[in-house]
Design a protein around this ligand. Structure first.
Ligand code: SF4
Ligand code: SF4
Length: 62
């Protein structure tokens, strides 16, 4: 599968509200050690988590 985007998402200042893992279509987001961790093998860069995070803690990096 070819991805249109080839960057990645970083987590900065997560408040563990749990909103992002509810919207991730591939289960790439897991809570671990007091913050959300992204499984980059599962992430398809759909940006749903970036849009839903109320704290802007998920940032797309090119
Ligand atoms: S960009 Fe999409 S697939 Fe990747 S972690 Fe966020 S919600 Fe999941
Ligand atoms: S939506 Fe944002 S603040 Fe909430 S758990 Fe996800 S990364 Fe953390």
């Amino acid at each position: 599968m070819t991805k249109e985007l080839d960057g990645y998402i970083v987590v900065l200042g997560c408040k563990i509200c749990g909103k992002c893992d509810n919207v991730c279509p591939t289960g790439a987001l897991q809570k671990e050690n007091g913050m959300v961790k992204i499984d980059y093998k599962k992430c398809i860069l759909c940006m749903a988590c970036v849009e839903v995070c109320p704290n802007k803690a998920l940032i797309y990096m090119e």
